[in-house]
Design a protein around this ligand. Structure first.
Ligand code: NIG
Length: 426
């Protein structure tokens, strides 16, 4: 462990800087800084301007004492489906009575979503985003995918773009009733993609039993890439299949779910993005996205997060908040579950839910430096760590140490949240 600082900037412009003190334990998720006891952070112009031990902190006009609490980066939730209306609790109840999850339930949500007005849908999404932020999430991806017409996918994307950080086009979520799968895939790849692409950074395909075949998946990915979108996939959720291998072949930023993996799948993820000598090129790999709340809610085998990490894959933990398989946006719960049930250390789980999520969205320091972020503006502060120059996204716990996330599962541990330097929840 070491402490670092770049005090100069904060000292010379201290009038506009805010100093956070009283941090009993600061988990920076930065390899150089590590976990800093008795820490302080300076925030200026929405980014972190200084990090180190409180005894070394520069003077600032504004000081906020966090009262001996633990702080860590805000959660980066790289997989959610927040644009929906309708209730599927009966389907969940049937699952708890022994039914297995099938993709067809998406149709129920699609019907309710199409019937909702723009205003209602916007209000529903805004409330879900507020819930996520109140739970410590400071950066959020969400997908379309419950519209499945050109009009409804486009309006889902427009509403999402107003309210979240990253929008993913998921027209290839399910073939709507009454449509031929090949004709629907054509529609996704042409008119629908053109309507949604201006509002989205990513495209995703549900490549699994009852959803899209490997061939259809490739067609959508080819079209999306040609339209300038980054790629991500749902794969290996319902049964073993080609999702992971296609994701790695297409150098997708992530492939998520991963409940049914072969050894080759794990090797493919661990080997993704490496150079000819096998060295890892950070910011190029296909991130393995695991979704602990979804695994519990579908009673699926837990994704093998431990084996993926041991093999050398980059891991992200996300909520997958959606009405069918994971109706929670609590990243605290997901991180606690990864520790309690999936064999991760607290440090590994926090890393996966912060900089791992950032890597899955190619918004972390290494991806931005590598130039692998689709539709990059060139002016973005990296996310996922508490380090100088990173966006000031902080999650303060009502606890002296971050291990309380797993030690006290289900407790309301989020005390305060800063997003891009602004206190947004407390
Ligand atoms: O990520 N797997 C596909 N999509 C969602 C669930 C969709 C639904 O059942 O509504 C997921 O789990």
């Amino acid at each position: 462990m070491s402490q670092g600082s770049t005090g100069g900037a904060a000292r010379t412009q201290a009038g506009r800087a805010t100093l956070l003190t009283g941090i009993a334990e600061l988990t920076t998720v930065d390899d150089e800084l590590g976990v800093v006891p008795d820490a302080a952070v300076v925030i200026q112009d929405g980014v972190v301007a200084w990090v180190g031990q409180e005894s070394q902190a520069p003077a600032c006009d504004v000081v906020q004492d966090l009262g001996g609490r633990a702080a860590l980066p805000g959660w980066v939730d790289a997989h959610s489906h927040l644009v929906f209306d309708g209730d599927r609790s009966a389907e969940f109840e049937a699952r708890m009575a022994g039914q297995t999850y099938a993709a067809g339930g998406i149709k129920v949500t699609t019907g309710a979503t199409r019937a909702a007005s723009d205003e209602r849908l916007r209000a529903l999404v805004a409330a879900r985003v507020a819930d996520a932020v109140a739970g410590g999430t400071t950066y959020l991806e969400t997908k379309t995918g419950y519209g499945l017409t050109v009009h409804d996918e486009a309006r889902s994307a427009v509403i999402a773009a107003e309210l979240v950080d990253e929008v993913t086009f998921l027209g290839a979520h399910l073939v709507p009733d009454g449509m031929d799968p090949e004709e629907y895939t054509d529609l996704v790849c042409t008119t629908m993609l053109s309507a949604v692409a201006p509002h989205a950074r990513w495209a995703d395909v549900f490549c699994d039993k009852g959803a899209f075949t490997p061939e259809q998946t490739r067609r959508v990915l080819d079209a999306a890439r040609a339209a300038g979108l980054g790629l991500r996939l749902h794969g290996n959720q319902i049964e073993p299949g080609a999702g992971v291998s296609i994701a790695v072949e297409y150098q997708a930023a992530s492939v998520d779910h991963l409940n049914f993996l072969s050894e080759q799948d794990i090797e493919a993820l661990a080997g993704s993005g490496r150079d000819a000598q096998g060295a890892k090129r950070e910011g190029y790999e296909t991130v393995a996205g695991v979704l602990p709340a979804c695994d519990l809610s579908t009673r699926a085998p837990l994704a093998p997060a431990r084996r993926l990490l041991d093999a050398g894959a980059t891991l992200a933990i996300a909520s997958n908040c959606n009405p069918g398989t994971s109706y929670t946006s609590s990243m605290n719960f997901c991180v606690g579950t990864a520790v309690l049930q999936q064999g991760l250390s607290l440090a590994e789980a926090i890393r996966a839910a912060t900089v791992g999520g950032a890597r899955a969205l190619r918004a972390d320091r290494e991806s931005l430096a590598a130039g692998t972020r689709p539709k990059a503006t060139g002016h973005e502060a990296p996310i996922g760590r508490i380090a100088v120059g990173h966006r000031a996204d902080l999650h303060v716990l009502d606890a002296p140490a971050a291990i309380h996330l797993a030690y006290r599962p289900g407790m309301p541990l989020t005390h305060a949240v800063w997003r891009a330097g602004v206190r947004v929840a407390s």
